[in-house]
Design a protein around this ligand. Structure first.
Ligand code: SF4
Length: 296
């Protein structure tokens, strides 16, 4: 089925955050589009429905259509304040494939270069398209890129997130960002079936910032609000991955990842404290920083 790519003017571009992101230390989120054509099976955004600013056709056809905010850069220019800590984005991937044609991010980055925030601007993405904007990214003070890597096994990626780039392409993208001097972190989120030691070792090898992780958002832990989509539960059931939905199993996987990060002298965290490592900014690996392995 072809994607439906739309554009419309938005009324605002920065939203004050609450809950998970506020607990992590962010003040605002920036979302360039409604709906995301990566269409991951586990994406929690469509489970939020109108709370995520979606319309019924968005959550009913998640991953098949998207509406870009065509005036994003202009709105941002009027909304930026130095003290903001901005997360881009909790509701879509700013480098989803259709961004190649819409090209909103260059305008957003130009605006940020002209009006830099004094704390942090975090781009959360899994899109290799980010490399298009490398010269611009290098001009943004206090920018951090948090790049998503969910498993070390490409056959698992194909099952859960077939619309996303391969593991090798993502590792190569992270390596190029890091080599260009961009503070780059790995977000192992959600943690899909994997060899945790191999996954985190590979992430450590291509990044210079903290490692952040998050398991599936299951109802046993998250009683309300956003949670892992039913499609991922069905996949787990079909392929015999049910333990990856269990909180006790999550804790064991997180401990194994934490141990590798501790050995590598790299900050690690999960949940809001983990994402807080991004909100607080992070030094490059070459700087003499104390290890901050968070409790798991
Ligand atoms: S890339 Fe992120 S926002 Fe887009 S579908 Fe996947 S999980 Fe959802």
């Amino acid at each position: 089925m072809p994607f439906e790519i739309l554009a419309a003017e938005a009324k605002s571009i920065l939203s004050p955050v609450s809950g998970f992101l506020a607990d992590a230390g962010f003040t605002h989120s920036l979302t360039t589009a409604r709906n995301c054509t990566f269409g991951c099976s586990y994406c929690y955004v469509p489970t939020m429905r109108i709370q995520a600013g979606l319309k019924p056709e968005d959550w009913q056809r998640w991953g098949q259509r998207t509406t870009f905010k065509s005036n994003a850069a202009q709105l941002l220019g009027k909304s930026l304040r130095p003290g903001q800590v901005i997360y881009c984005s909790p509701l879509t991937d700013p480098y989803q494939p259709a961004e190649a044609g819409q090209a909103l991010m260059p305008g957003i980055l130009e605006t940020l270069a002209a009006n830099p925030v004094h704390r942090a601007f975090v781009i959360q993405t899994r899109g290799p398209l980010i490399l298009r904007d490398l010269p611009l990214l290098r001009r943004i003070p206090r920018l951090r890129v948090s790049f998503t890597l969910t498993t070390d096994r490409d056959e698992i990626r194909r099952i859960f997130e077939s619309g996303c780039a391969t593991i090798e392409t993502r590792l190569d993208t992270m390596a190029q960002l890091t080599a260009a001097g961009i503070p780059t972190s790995a977000a192992l989120a959600p943690i899909l079936p994997c060899n945790p030691e191999v996954l985190v070792e590979r992430a450590l090898g291509v990044t210079n910032g903290p490692i952040v992780a998050d398991p599936f958002h299951v109802r046993a832990v998250k009683r309300s609000g956003a949670h892992t989509r039913a499609a991922a539960h069905k996949i787990c059931q079909h392929h015999g991955f049910m333990e990856w939905l269990e909180p006790a199993f999550h804790q064991r996987i997180l401990q194994r990842i934490a141990a590798v990060c501790q050995e590598a002298n790299r900050p690690f965290g999960y949940g809001p404290p983990g994402f807080g490592l991004l909100a607080g900014g992070f030094p490059l690996e070459t700087d003499p920083v104390p290890v901050r392995v968070l409790e798991v």
